[in-house]
Design a protein around this ligand. Sequence first.
Ligand code: CO
Length: 496
Amino acid sequence: MVVMNCKITERPEPYYCEMEAAIAEYELGFQSPHRELERITLPVHGNIPHWLSGDLIRNGPAIFSLVNGSYKHWFDGLAMLNKFFFYGGIVTYSGKFLASNAYIEALSSERVSSGEFATNPQRSFWERLSTFFKPELTDNANVNIMHIAETNRCFAMTETVSTMEFRRDDLATVGKVQFDDKMPGQITSAHPHFDPRSNSFYNILTNISRVSSYNWYRLDASAGSGMKRRPLISIPVKEPGYLHSFGMTSRYIVHVECPLLINPLELLLSGKPFIENAHWKPERGSRILLVDKETGSLAGTFETEAFFCFHHVNAFETNDEVCIDLSCYDDASIVDALYLKNLLHNRPPEMQLKRIRINLQSKKVTMEKLSQNGIELCRINYQIDNGKDYRIAYGVGLSPESQFLDRLLRIDVGKGDSLIWQQEHCYPGEPVFIANPNGDSTKEDNGVLLSLVLDAQAKKSFLLVLDAQTMTEIGRAWLPIWIPFGFHGQFIEWGG
Ligand code: CO
């Protein structure tokens, strides 16, 4: 079953050049490993549970420097897919760059060739003029993974409409997904929600134009249904808010619009990178839109204080309330803090785990802090907890003296208690929860967390397996290289 042979593809030098002299030990996480590996069996310290069976596929930026230019922001780097295959206590690793047009053109021209989140290509006047009427949207899908179980199709996602399909077995890029519909929009979220009741993914397509709109849709995940997005509702908006993720209860899509607002005309005309056309307008406050998933109607619009967030943790309904848990920032300065020049020198602003409560009767909105410790890149036991009242959230966090995310946390959102995993010189990524099929499957924390950790001193990464109940280590599998800091991944069960 497990293929033990390995293939190492050394990449030629041209697109790699050193960043400035060492600044922080974690800068390695923003440097390319500049090679691809295929089915390397990893040495294991401790144990990998034998019941763990499937692929953890992770996505993230992995090339930041080219010979003639570099990407400016953590969100900009060229995508790399990393796969950990688990079977019978053995782990193999494969890593491959996503062969997007952005990647192919960047390698051949040795410069930034696509408009990214915060970096635009340097172009001559005539080149700019030729792209003016047809703004390019990058296909550098470096944020997340989506898997459709019935068809076993895998996709790399970013915040543009360029969803990229790749092969699960060898991570080879298939190409850009052609959706079988004509939904308008350019910007989406790389965090779709899956609803097992309707066997559908829900997501948004924001159309930025003279009359901009939020277009919510449902994508049927049944085999044979094609890649057709069915519109739920189109909500006109003058200045669309930048949205990274959203929440989903059993009844509602929870759309939190933070006041980091995109100016459509500016986006079209300024020539500036995408996010530089968004402006922080705290006087507007934050809006919460509840969209009924069944009827596609807007069930309510609510207002609360201004804050910024990338990631929703969970959302659920109680008798007369909708609760929305998020990783919040006081303002949008975190976007600036994630430019590489800032990330390598300064501690980023702190996130806070908060709950918004909307009383559907009185329409009152309140916000409360759930824990003294903040988490980012948050995960839950999605299968049993998403959309439901729950207890445990996991994520990465910043210890008091650290400049970068350096610990893993498990937070009891009811009590506020935390359990922490931390190790010197180590920088862990998003912890993905996998339920243990043995034992009590209704227990939300019966399982393990998988996190890809950079050991900056060893200059290597390892895949860490933690007991999700105690946050103690069960085992780790060492890679022969380091992997740059990624964003999100999904665990796909064997045969799933
Ligand atoms: Co994200």
